[in-house]
Design a protein around this ligand. Structure first.
Ligand code: DNO
Length: 362
């Protein structure tokens, strides 16, 4: 398994040398952040970015994310859609030339991840991201000057309105069809260039503002994996996103993906539910939230997982000010914790003929 850490490029307040100082991190997960959605990522820009990272003895084999243009998700203007898909394929070709192995993307309409609070206060005075269903119900995305924590729109009020209506008309089945159309075109290209695509689940995995959600349950995952049956068509397993839906069995989802070899990239973070559709994010250790991290890593060990893993959102601690969810300290603590479990499992596996012992413990 390769431990990685997300970096927001030159705009990130965390310098690469700090990332290098976190024990056992070998990979930087990043993207080109200044390219308008839908444009080709040029090879020279990618070379410059990966050279910066390599200067610190780190690698850039995972991209999170190449964003998908709304026209691809909506599929209304067929000519524009195909052109944008070609751009995506061209970007994949360029990424393969600099040694990228995994490309994360998502198919969430308009908004990426959604939270209602970016600094939810905990009893120990740390803060984290949180989602409160009651608050979301009070936000009307069609209202002028609507604001959503962490979402900086580049759409005018009128454009946003049009997009919301278009997705309502498209519905869940339409969005699914457009995802499959996209994958049928891009997966063969990814395969040819030895890249695994890894869709990020909906975050949170339930409908927001009436927009369709298509990637949040085991059935959604099975549909994706079986409909485009190619190793290059994979999933980013995100414990916090899947975990936000109480009926999801995370171990069932990750086992299914591990058995099919369709999970090249993993995000681990912990969460705690306030009620069915409201939750806050916690420190990584199992006893702080609802997710059993030891059991999670045991499953990875049993399947001899060789992919990439990163600690996901951290809390703000030690007085740090930074990008919500993406400060340095708590993510570094999270990584050290996950690494400790991993090291223990590896030693146990070696000295006690692991598989049998691990099987009994899970
Ligand atoms: C939030 C992230 C997401 C993720 C994208 C992947 O912190 O997990 O923004 O990067 O959804 O496409």
């Amino acid at each position: 398994m390769k431990f990685s850490f997300r970096w927001y490029g030159e705009h990130d307040s965390i310098p690469l040398k700090y990332i290098k100082q976190i024990p056992n991190v070998t990979q930087v997960v990043t993207a080109l952040y200044d390219i308008p959605v839908g444009e080709v990522w040029e090879l020279d820009d990618l070379k410059a970015l990966s050279a910066k990272i390599e200067q610190y003895g780190l690698k850039m084999e995972v991209i999170e994310s190449v964003p998908i243009h709304e026209q691809i998700k909506l599929g209304k203007n067929k000519v524009k859609r195909d052109l944008l898909i070609n751009h995506f394929c061209e970007t994949l070709r360029h990424l393969s030339q600099i040694g990228v192995k995994v490309v994360c993307y998502n198919f969430m309409p308009i908004f990426d991840w959604v939270r209602t609070d970016l600094s939810y206060l905990h009893a120990d005075f740390s803060t984290s991201l949180a989602f409160d269903e009651e608050k979301i119900l009070t936000i009307d995305p069609k209202k002028k000057n609507m604001s959503l924590p962490g979402w900086h729109t580049s759409y005018s009020h009128h454009e946003l309105d049009r997009l919301l209506d278009a997705y309502k008309t498209l519905g869940k089945e339409g969005l699914k069809e457009n995802l499959i159309y996209f994958l049928q075109k891009v997966v063969p290209v990814a395969e040819e260039y030895h890249i695994q695509l890894a869709i990020h689940p909906d975050d949170p995995p339930f409908p927001i503002f009436g927009l369709p959600r298509i990637m949040g349950t085991i059935e959604d995952i099975q549909f994706l994996i079986e409909t485009v049956n190619n190793k290059a068509n994979g999933v980013t397993f995100c414990s916090g996103s899947f975990g936000a839906k109480k009926t999801n069995n995370l171990f069932e989802i990750v086992t299914y993906l591990l058995e099919k070899h369709r999970v090249p990239f993993i995000h681990l973070r912990n969460i705690f539910h306030i009620n069915e559709h409201s939750f806050y994010e916690t420190a990584h250790p199992s006893n702080y939230g609802e997710i059993d991290m030891v059991k999670m890593l045991m499953l990875l060990k049993q399947h001899d997982y060789k992919g990439y893993l990163r600690p996901d959102h951290g809390r703000m601690i030690f007085g740090e000010k930074g990008k919500p969810g993406y400060g340095l300290y708590d993510r570094a603590l999270g990584l050290a914790y996950l690494n400790g479990i991993w090291e223990t499992l590896n030693q146990k596996g070696e000295s006690l003929n692991g598989k049998q012992v691990l099987n009994q413990t899970v």
